[in-house]
Design a protein. Structure first.
Length: 241
């Protein structure tokens, strides 16, 4: 058993959404196996099913001048930001398959999110950054210290249709955190955001390539599958892997 792994590079959000839809359709028809898409986006804001437009602080004029797109999508969660230096993962997983922790005919969405959190917690740990879950706050957070609250280093928002997942996670690697000033990230006002770059020792500075490889490796460990690299979307959809 394996999970297909495809690195798409930096892809506009609308294009990535269309790719996701293709992969999800193929997975639902059992033409391909479970798949993890890893990529970056140009600066973009997305609003999940529970989003409040008031959590977008930037004006429409500002966003238009900067060429920042805003997309309303069907994942869970509120508003979030994607941009360069942020590793985005879109796992296309059939929750009815052989997955760790599955107790019934399918793995529950909450249990699935806990697995994603564990992947990211272990990835941060590979860089010497200790992180945690916080009850009722989906995502991955640094540890609080003194007067410094927990900081969000990774966001998670998923969608499940006919047992197959889409959307996923975003890990801040070398992200310009000033761009988060355009929004109230995930509607949370009392905890800031951070990145691996800010939290790691200067001698262990992360790169996107190292973070991508660490995430893929930990994804395989947590989901108990071999990760199998694909060369292209065409190869993936041809069902040759």
């Amino acid at each position: 058993m394996h999970i297909n792994l495809l690195h798409l590079g930096r892809v506009p959000f609308a294009e990535a959404l269309a790719i996701q839809q293709q992969v999800v359709a193929a997975r639902k028809q059992n033409l391909i196996g479970d798949t993890l898409l890893l990529l970056e986006h140009p600066p973009v804001l997305t609003l999940g099913r529970n989003a409040h437009r008031s959590n977008v602080l930037a004006s429409d004029e500002f966003l238009e001048q900067r060429g920042i797109e805003l997309h309303e999508i069907n994942r869970g969660g509120d508003v979030t930001y994607h941009g360069p230096g942020q590793l985005v993962g879109y796992p296309i997983i059939d929750l009815r398959g052989d997955l760790p922790g599955k107790k019934g005919p399918h793995l529950g969405p909450v249990d699935y999110v806990r697995l994603l959190e564990e992947v990211l917690i272990r990835t941060c740990g590979d860089f010497g950054v200790m992180t945690q879950r916080i009850c009722k706050l989906t995502g991955v957070w640094t540890l609080a210290g003194g007067s410094i609250p927990e900081k969000k280093i990774a966001a998670i928002g998923v969608h499940v249709s006919q047992g197959v997942t889409s959307h996923g996670f975003a890990l801040n690697v070398t992200t310009d955190l000033r761009d988060f000033e355009w929004i109230v990230p995930c509607g949370i006002t009392n905890r800031p955001v951070t990145s691996l770059e800010l939290e790691t020792d200067p001698e262990r500075q992360p790169t996107m390539e190292i973070a991508r490889n660490a995430t893929a490796r930990n994804f395989g460990r947590i989901f108990e599958r071999q990760m199998l690299w694909c060369n292209s979307l065409k190869e993936l959809l041809a069902g040759s892997v």
